[in-house]
Design a protein around this ligand. Structure first.
Ligand code: UD1
Ligand code: MG
Length: 452
């Protein structure tokens, strides 16, 4: 889409959130509200995205600077209202000739196609502004679209609306597409309302008075324009998003035993015939293959799980899991864990930054950190890779077909050659050549028992 820029309003404290965090930074499915809006407009490749920040602006700026988006910031030191907020972007956009989309940072579900339709509508109808509206069952709290003879007349806020206006079910989405007359109209906005604020919504009637064409685009989907002002609305939107996701997954062949007792992030990819039992929490960045089974209070984030794998009662963070892998019960996979086909990690074991080759097993009470483990390796119960000397982390290399007996300490850096055997209870501090048996423990002595 060509010839438009975007101003995102995100300076507000969000009084109704009753929080010290700026409203824009409250998260929906793990992603801050303002980032949802940025993602939605970014795919249309606007000429500029200007984010108006204010209350605790450093938090918003720091987050967005780190998240690889191309935005400019302007600061609204004091929050005198939505028109005043837009005014802050004038310095950057005053000589810009394209259309300007103004959008609140609290409408996370807005679709890219709707914004694109809004811009097209404004450009085709040669209007000074097109307001995006929606018909809703419960308009409480929103600005109302007041029409005369069917044509847009003005927008009136809940607090300033008379009884008749309060009955209107067509609401202002807080999303507008202006042409460059925006700046002229803003100069005429006055704080003549119950909150004594400068309202962007007043520019509509102002532009009409100045004999400019004003339009309204009515969306059918009242859900996508949902503005979030309170924790209740945030939670309701979270449920809405989750239910949409669950419905899509069920329609694509994923089995979910109890839809009211799972959490699945909007961005999860899950293939058909995978079964999700109650108590599973799938957070952001998760891809799951076919025929997997996920059960019992498992938490999975930023991970990839290939076909036919099982995860039960486990915490999986930043792991890459191959086919037919069994995780759990009670396993902690930490970032950088790469498990190849048919690996088993069980009962109270933990892995971190480790590669574990095909068919290898870490079945009981072990810690595997900074390790490279080959195929067909058996790690006995209670094995610990001692990877940290108090200052630095060191690597353990265990080649294929090694058998590590129970309760071994493997002090890194160290390498255990192919097919070697580590005797139970050993503390290995030196490399073990391939095929050797290493015993590194005190010999058992037998002494006479002294009876009292
Ligand atoms: C606003 C609209 C209302 C619309 C609703 C849609 C106005 C006056 N009202 O109401 O007609 O139906 O959105 O969701 O615009 N902000 C600033 N600086 C300020 C004030 C607000 O940046 O000085 C930002 C907020 O952070 C927020 C956005 O502007 O992202 C909208 O403000 P908010 O207080 O949520 O307005 P609503 O009451 O929802
Ligand atoms: Mg709002």
């Amino acid at each position: 889409m060509k010839n438009f820029s975007v101003i995102i309003l995100a300076a507000g404290l969000g009084t109704r959130m009753k929080s010290s965090l700026p409203k824009a930074m409250h998260t929906l499915s793990g992603k801050p509200l303002v980032k949802w809006v940025i993602d939605s407009v970014s795919s249309l490749r606007p000429d500029n995205i200007v984010v108006v920040v204010g209350y605790r602006h450093e938090i918003v700026e720091e987050y967005l600077s780190k998240s690889n988006v191309n935005v400019k910031f302007v600061c609204q030191e004091k929050q005198f209202g939505t028109a005043h907020a837009v005014m802050q972007a004038k310095e950057i956009l005053k000589n810009y000739n394209g259309n300007i989309v103004v959008i609140s940072g609290d409408v996370p579900l807005i679709k890219t196609t709707t914004i694109s339709n809004l811009i097209k509508n404004n450009q085709k109808s040669a209007s000074a502004v097109t307001v995006l509206s929606a018909g809703v069952k419960d308009p409480y709290g929103y600005g109302r679209i007041v029409r005369k003879d069917g044509f847009l007349e003005k927008i009136v806020e809940e607090k300033d609306a008379n009884l008749n206006e309060k009955q209107i079910k067509e609401i202002n989405s807080g999303i507008y597409c202006f042409d460059k007359n925006l700046w002229k109209a803003l100069l005429k906005v006055e704080p003549n309302n119950s909150k004594k604020e400068y309202y962007i919504t007043d520019t509509i009637a102002i532009l009409k008075k100045l004999n400019h064409k004003i339009s309204v685009l009515l969306t059918k989907d009242g859900v996508e324009i949902k503005g979030i002002n309170s924790k209740l609305e945030l939670s309701q939107t979270e449920t809405l998003l989750k239910n949409q996701k669950i419905e899509n997954l069920l329609n694509s062949g994923v089995s979910i035993i109890d839809v009211n007792n799972v959490y699945i992030s909007y961005d999860a990819t899950i293939k058909s015939d995978t079964v999700i039992y109650p108590g599973v929490f799938i957070d952001v960045g998760v891809t799951i293959g076919r025929n997997c089974v996920l059960k019992g209070s498992s938490y999975i984030v930023n991970s990839k799980i290939d076909d036919e794998s099982i995860v039960s009662y486990s915490y999986v963070d930043g792991a890459t899991i191959g086919k037919k892998v069994k995780i759990g019960p009670f396993v902690h996979l930490r970032p950088g864990s790469v498990l190849k086909e048919n690996v088993k990690i069980g009962n109270f074991s933990e892995t971190k930054k480790s590669f574990i080759g095909k068919n290898s097993k870490v079945n009981h009470l072990s810690y595997i950190g900074d390790a490279q483990i080959g195929a067909n390796v058996n790690i006995g119960a209670g094995t610990i890779t001692c990877n940290y000397d108090g200052r630095h982390k060191h690597q353990t290399i265990i080649e294929q077909d090694v058998f590590v007996g129970s309760n071994a300490n493997i002090v890194a850096p160290v390498k255990i050659g192919k097919g070697a055997l580590i005797a139970a209870g050993s503390t290995i501090t030196h490399d073990v050549p391939k095929g050797k048996l290493a015993i590194a423990r005190a010999r058992q002595e037998l002494k006479r028992r002294i009876k009292k």
